[in-house]
Design a protein around this ligand. Sequence first.
Ligand SMILES: Nc1nc2c(ncn2[C@@H]2O[C@H](COP(=O)(O)OP(=O)(O)OP(=O)(O)O)[C@@H](O)[C@H]2O)c(=O)[nH]1
Ligand SMILES: [Mg+2]
Length: 259
Amino acid sequence: MNILAPVRRDRVLAELPQCLRKEAALHVHKDFHPRVTCACQEHRTGTVGFKISKVIVVGDLSVGKTCLINRFCKDTFDKNYKATIGVDFEMERFEVLGVPFSLQLWDTAGQERFKCIASTYYRGAQAIIIVFNLNDVASLEHTKQWLADALKENDPSSVLLFLVGSKKDLSTPAQYVLMEKDALKVAQEMKAEYWAVSSLTGENVREFFFRVAALTFEANVLAELEKSGARRIGDVVRIHSEDSNLYLTTSKKKPTCCP
Ligand SMILES: Nc1nc2c(ncn2[C@@H]2O[C@H](COP(=O)(O)OP(=O)(O)OP(=O)(O)O)[C@@H](O)[C@H]2O)c(=O)[nH]1
Ligand SMILES: [Mg+2]
């Protein structure tokens, strides 16, 4: 991969992609955080010219983790199941608000016998994607254990969580509605953002990864600004009391500031 080649035109994000369901979203702001937009305009996004975030994808065997990544990164779909052994890795490049940004996508094995190898790659994730099969309620129940295991290796206060229901093409609308109700509840308990996708049809796959890229980029730049002491004395910090379901601003206490 040539890191200096221009980013593909369909990987350019100029606006914040919106969540799927407001009831289970990491935040529901219409735009990027004003400090992030401002920093990008002024090229104050950090010391390095490009940024990388590590994302791990976990969940039961055969829920469709590999197919989800392959649909987005390679626009392919394989109907034959080939278990991931240990981990696989894909790097996807974006340009967010004019800044080069990459997601390192770690596709882990769901099979019990490979879990031990896979879990050694959990550390240092900025986002955790927990996948379940929308047609298998047990796989939704197991997401809590997958999350607990992934959080052992990461800082729960800074990592972004996504709960993704897969194989949407296999559920009828009525079945989907029932499953979504349970899934939204689990997502709210976890403080994860909920998505439902189909790697076979491609439904929501691009929208989902764009949202992951945008939110990890936003968190990454905010952390960078905080670290570099970019917040000037006298900056006004305003908490939006009308924000609801904003996991980031409520539990993680990231204030919304004037630029
Ligand atoms: N109909 C349908 N089938 C899917 C979809 N996604 C995955 N599958 C099928 O589900 C099976 C398992 O998919 P994988 O992506 O290999 O599952 P995995 O979660 O990576 O499995 P492990 O690597 O063992 O953890 C394959 O036969 C896929 O073709 C989908 O969106 N729709
Ligand atoms: Mg796999």
